[in-house]
Design a protein. Sequence first.
Length: 199
Amino acid sequence: MFRTANPRLPPSPMSLPIIGHFQHLGPIPHQALHKISIKCGPLIHLYFGSVLFVVVSSAEIAKEFLKTKEIFFLNRPNSSVAIQYLQYGGVGFAFSPHGPYWKFVKKLCMSELLGGRTIDQQFPIRRDELHMFLQSILLKSKMGEPANLNVELMKMTNNIITRMCMSKRCSDTVDEADEVRMLVQETIEHTTTNKTDPK
């Protein structure tokens, strides 16, 4: 009923039969994982049900995972029907397998979309959107209306991203911003890997 220690796995706190380490998570998982890493070290393993997870909480070890030995860890699960549909058969950048295509698109994004020169050139977009955001909050304040900062910040962020990528604002009104937020939320729900599926 209890798992025996595996010398090839990093340390972990005590687990329970069936549920594994779920009892350690608590209401704020990242803080709970930090507390576990203080006790057990920067590299730990946890079972949630029967699914094994390895948690890295050290910059040096994360570099080892993501840079030195990236080929073993960077592939993404591609079995979701939603991913196949939304990513044109799984060939989109976000869910493409690690390989020459993924490396090429990553370099392209870093140089053409996220490079220092491009970010500097697109400063006026961020300044304009921030100005519109502040005007919207000020107008609501003058009219005595409550301002939902979550909605306004989401609208500003979406507009910055779409103007940087497509030179067009995606939401001018609260309704449009809500619609975009719902679409993004649905996409995330349909493409997120099911953590209880060992595949």
